[in-house]
Design a protein around this ligand. Structure first.
Ligand SMILES: Nc1ncnc2c1ncn2[C@@H]1O[C@H](COP(=O)(O)OP(=O)(O)O)[C@@H](O)[C@H]1O
Ligand SMILES: [Mg+2]
Length: 208
């Protein structure tokens, strides 16, 4: 968590190798990103990281099923062979009845669940989520958070999530606060909590 412009999105870009730091080092899955070629860095990102954005970034002319299958298509996998995996995810994320719909035919929650499915399909161990509930109703946001929590608890993935919403942050094992590009060491919370009050309090004490 942190105020606008504190560097939350920049941090995610750096961690995934989308951006290169002017100082310091990023290691992703044991690989030092700085030492990799552009191509190797792209491959490392594809293998290690799934990305979920506030505005979904779905391709408008692709169906839900095609959007979810995109990372596999980019890897050159045979679509026939990925069919069963996509079906299983559609089922799990409550999107089976929308498989052949286009993004403009979906609710915000359905669009975000589609983008989460796209982030999960490749089996990447790390999910980076940049304000994934920022454009959703409270109910759809809570569904998305429950889903992300399940990815951690049931699949052992790691989720690093940026949010403005203390209710979202309450789902996390650890809450860190970023101020002016630095993690503020004064306040770190561990969770998950059923109550967002400590997070409200921490934000208040940091003047956020
Ligand atoms: N590649 C970059 N190099 C240097 N500064 C950047 C770069 N990308 C973003 N910034 C700056 O970093 C600051 C933090 O931006 P951002 O990460 O988008 O914040 P947040 O997501 O917390 O709102 C902004 O002032 C932005 O202009
Ligand atoms: Mg941002």
């Amino acid at each position: 968590m942190g105020p606008s412009g504190s560097g939350k999105s920049s941090l995610l870009h750096l961690l995934s190798g989308l951006d290169t730091p002017s100082g310091g080092e990023v290691e992703l899955g044991g690989a030092r990103l700085k030492s990799l070629s552009d191509e190797a860095r792209t491959l490392a990102r594809r293998e290690q990281v799934g990305y979920v954005f506030q505005f979904f970034h779905l391709l408008p002319n692709f169906t839900v099923r095609e959007n979810i299958g995109l990372p596999l298509a980019i890897r050159g996998e045979n679509p026939e062979r990925s069919h069963a995996r996509i079906d299983a995810l559609l089922e799990r994320l409550g999107l089976a009845h929308k498989a052949d719909s286009f993004p403009h035919e979906l609710s915000g929650g359905e669009m975000q669940r589609t983008s989460i499915a796209r982030a999960l399909i490749g089996g990447q161990p790390l999910l980076l989520c940049d304000e994934p509930t920022g454009n959703l109703s409270q109910k759809a946001g809570a569904e998305v958070m429950a889903l992300l929590r399940e990815c951690v608890d049931k699949e052992g993935r790691s989720v690093l999530l940026v949010t403005h919403n203390p209710r979202d942050a309450a789902w996390a094992d650890r809450v860190l606060f970023l101020v002016d590009g630095l993690i503020d060491e004064r306040v770190q919370l561990s969770g998950p909590h059923s109550d967002p009050a400590p997070i409200h309090k921490a934000l208040g004490s940091l003047g956020i």
